[in-house]
Design a protein around this ligand. Structure first.
Ligand code: GLC
Ligand code: GLC
Length: 829
């Protein structure tokens, strides 16, 4: 069943009932200030770092789900129909966003768009509309609320806003109650045209920032103490104050500071009133913190309200945000008969790539914002789907990531977004990490032609004294693999490779011990075929970079190393029908027919074929056929088979999951596009497209009861065939699936791929796809590429014309002239 539909013209997903199978969320914010926003107005916001600078509280894993948000309670004192089940006399009290009261609504609609969301609802002749967004380059959420009297009687309405403040450090906020219950502080300000609540906990000491929750009208009252507003034993669904109909003017001191405005609105029939709420982060210079003793300097809050505190100003800011997204998405557009593919590739997949670029794996409805920072490998891969959108931001991200690399080429597995420093708790030792830097930098150079980035001086281990050029970083990455090989000449795996859960030196038998940071048996022997394949895939880009910057000796050396590793894969990485996955600490194969469980894995097969290994002698086709035979399901390709039934000390976390979940034979969507890309290398467009569509959420929209996650974004995992709820997705939004599926559809299926010399066009599509049009912004010009497949082939090009003139080959030149160039490609085998 469906819970909504795509409005393609508006680039919105429209949710038509609030009780979705899981909260279906959106992200507000573009660069520094972000909000998570669910279809029932749940979620929270933060400035730059979801752990350290969290403005509002959110209760993860709570019952009911999705507890905490920007809530508006309505008390309609002149309801024309039946009034609420609650004990409020004739007044009708309800939640216009459905949660937290789960109010029955006469009308409900939530529209998630590009960086904004809208909620419309109505009940008993009172209509509510909310539009929520973060204005470009600013540090606040705007919630514009309009109440409309759709009845034919006068209405007296009380509206109560509600947010619950987080005491900034989200981890501490959930654990350190002995301190926290005594430190909460607020200020309240009521002026003629605005009413503001300031959350200033810890401002008296080392913080120089506070939060403001403001509305552009005078209020009838306010509350800032949670207990006063809700009542100690009430949930968000029964706020005592709203039922009483009158705010308490409570001023929080310790306990739990909240922000609630009580607004009285008189509405004659047909009349509408609009209110602009601003929830902002404000920072003062250290020496200008105070206006006078104990009174915070309100200047930054004044600036925010001056800028956004009117409906006209809010509309203008929203229009600017809309324009920003319109321009961004013009950089890659798709027209095709297959609407699902077109909307995903042209809009939603790119949107998700922006979100993963911004968030890495930090804050979603599955990532608490506390645990994981930016991942070295994750962020490098996220770049792949983002670099065409804002190359300048990709550039500075690359430099930040590289600065956390160690002098020997290895890398901190994660770093903190605020400090940009490597995370000591996780440390390093994931031996695939260094190679992703080459992959990210190559993608950036192919997109922009900016070889200058290679000369940037970048610290090692965040130490300026150790700084060297980015090129040297790449060399250290490359050499790290060369210098760290095991007995079969394959790269040592270290703590794990891309598969965080293949912990071959961990040997953990202690409950709770981290699989990722423990090495109880440093074998110095466990090897990864996947890392070898990644090396063989990205190595040639390193060679090209060397050639194009006149480092010919280095290029020759690198080529030699690539062939040595490729040879090791041929010798020790082939199992007869597919590629082996790894060798464990005893030198035994993983991902081989010799194994009882885990006979075949997806990763080494996808990546080896992507790297071109075995294409000439037929092993590549055999490997992909084996993947299809053993791993493919209706909902995508599972990571391995057979699932591990028991925990294996020598394998680590992969065998810790129940069969069918996560890395233990779940459909780990991230690596499905590797198989898609691999299929295109063999020219098998039908198969490539099939693997693409199986995990693509838009194709499963009418299956939402099983899939449960948002139909407009990819999820990290879908339960595999060994799991009871095969087909159920989890962990939507923050996943490398976003970048890789975008690469697979845009660069390999539709085949419009930046290469060092220009824009390559090499489609590999299903034979029944008649053709398509892609517009692509590339190095300062626009290419309008129309592909004609009336021949009904899967791959192969008969002719290319550029601006009406026959063009030799299929690499389009770099024009850089700010113009649009018409390209026509006729396919034929
Ligand atoms: C998660 C991690 C990623 C890892 C993958 C497989 O998505 O963020 O780094 O590669 O899991 O374990
Ligand atoms: C990745 C894996 C997950 C594992 C985690 C550890 O996210 O997907 O299974 O628990 O890494 O950091």
């Amino acid at each position: 069943m469906q819970y909504g539909y795509f409005d393609d013209d508006a680039r919105e997903y429209v949710i038509t009932r609030p009780d979705t199978p899981y909260p279906w969320i959106n992200y507000l914010g573009s660069e520094e200030f972000f909000g998570l926003f669910s279809n029932t107005s749940g979620g929270y916001c933060f400035y730059r770092d979801a752990r350290m600078l969290r403005l509002t509280r959110y209760r993860y894993n709570n019952a009911p789900a999705d507890s905490g948000g920007r809530y508006f309670y309505l008390r309609d004192n002149n309801a024309s129909g039946s009034v609420c089940e609650c004990n409020a006399g004739t007044a009708d009290i309800w939640s216009p966003s459905w949660m937290p009261m789960k109010s029955k609504l006469d009308r409900y609609e939530c529209r998630h768009g590009m960086g904004y969301s809208r909620i419309f609802s109505s009940r008993n002749g009172l209509a509510f509309s909310q539009v929520s967004f973060v204005p470009l380059r600013d540090t606040c959420e705007i919630h514009k609320i309009t109440l409309t009297n759709e009845s034919n009687v006068d209405k007296n309405v009380d509206m109560f806003s509600f947010v619950e403040f987080c005491l900034w450090n989200a981890n501490d906020d959930m654990t350190n109650f002995q301190r926290n219950f005594s430190i909460g502080e607020v200020e309240v300000e009521q002026l003629a045209d605005t009413s503001r609540i300031y959350h200033k906990t810890e401002y008296r000491e080392r913080r120089s920032h506070y939060a403001v929750w403001a509305v552009n009208v005078p209020v009838a009252g306010f509350d800032t103490d949670r207990q006063a507003f809700l009542g100690l034993y009430n949930g968000f669904d029964h706020p005592e104050t709203v039922f009483k109909g009158e705010a308490n003017n409570s001023v929080a001191s310790g306990w739990a500071p909240v922000g609630s405005h009580h607004i009285k609105a008189k509405l004659s029939p047909g009349e509408a009133k609009t209110f602009v709420f601003v929830l902002g982060y404000c920072e003062n210079p250290q020496d200008q913190k105070w206006e006078r003793q104990n009174v915070i300097n309100k200047k930054p809050a004044n600036i925010l309200m001056d800028k956004y505190g009117s409906p006209e100003a809010a509309n203008k800011a929203l229009a600017a945000l809309n324009k920003y997204w319109e321009d961004l998405l013009k950089r890659f557009t798709v027209e095709a008969d297959d609407k699902k593919m077109a909307r995903m590739a042209g809009v939603w997949n790119q949107y998700q790539c922006m979100v993963t670029f911004n968030m890495s794996r930090s804050a979603s409805y599955f990532e608490s914002g506390i645990g994981r920072g930016m991942g070295f490998r994750d962020s490098n891969q996220d770049l792949l789907g983002f670099v065409h959108l804002v190359p300048e931001r990709a550039r500075s991200r690359i430099l930040d990531i590289a600065a956390t690399q160690f002098p020997d080429g290895s890398a901190y597995h994660q770093y903190q977004p605020l400090t940009k420093r490597g995370n000591n708790e996780i440390g390093s030792g994931f031996n695939d990490d260094p190679l992703w830097l080459i992959c990210g930098v190559a993608a950036y150079i192919k997109e922009t032609g900016d070889y200058g980035i290679l000369d940037e001086k970048v610290p090692f281990d965040n130490d300026d004294k150790l700084a060297d050029t980015l090129f040297v970083h790449l060399k250290r990455s490359f050499d790290f693999t060369v210098k760290n090989k095991g007995p079969h000449g394959l790269p040592l795996i270290g703590r794990a490779d891309w598969n965080d859960c293949l912990n071959l030196n961990c040997f953990s038998s202690t409950p709770g011990e981290s699989f990722q940071t423990t090495a109880n048996y440093e074998s110095g022997v466990a090897e990864s075929v996947l890392i070898a394949a990644i090396f063989a895939f990205t190595g040639p880009d390193y060679v090209e970079i060397c050639r194009r910057t006149n480092r010919n000796d280095e290029a020759e050396y690198a080529e030699k190393q690539i062939s040595i590793i490729t040879e090791a894969v041929n010798q020790h990485g082939w199992d007869g029908d597919w590629f082996v996955r790894a060798y464990d600490a005893y030198g035994k194969k993983i991902g081989s027919r010799e194994c009882e469980d885990g006979k075949i894995f997806i990763e080494s097969n996808g990546f080896a074929v992507m790297a071109g290994i075995g294409i000439e002698d037929g092993r590549a086709a055999k490997a992909l056929d084996s993947v299809k035979e053993h791993l493919d399901t209706k909902y995508g390709i599972v990571l391995l088979q057979p699932a591990y039934k028991d925990y294996h000390l020598e394998l680590g976390e992969v065998s810790s999951y129940p069969p069918g979940y996560k890395e233990n034979a779940g459909i780990f969507c991230h690596n499905n596009p590797w198989v898609t890309i691999a299929e295109t290398r063999l020219g098998r467009g039908n198969r490539a497209f099939e693997t693409y569509t199986k995990i693509c959420p838009a194709y499963r929209e009418d299956d939402s009861d099983l899939r449960r996650m948002e139909p407009y974004v990819y999820a990290q995992m879908v339960a595999g065939k060994d799991a009871p709820r095969h087909g159920e997705a989890k962990n939507s939004w923050l996943t490398g699936t976003a970048a890789w599926t975008f690469v697979s559809i845009s660069q390999y299926i539709l085949g419009v791929r930046p290469v060092f010399d220009g824009l390559l066009v090499d489609p590999c599509i299903p034979s029944n796809m008649k053709g398509f049009t892609v517009t692509r912004h590339f190095r300062g010009a626009d290419y309008r590429i129309t592909v004609d497949n009336s021949a009904g082939v899967e791959k192969g090009i008969k002719s290319v014309t550029v601006d009406g003139i026959a063009h030799a080959g299929n690499v389009l030149p770099v024009f850089g002239d700010g113009k649009t160039h018409d390209v026509v490609v006729i396919m034929n085998a």
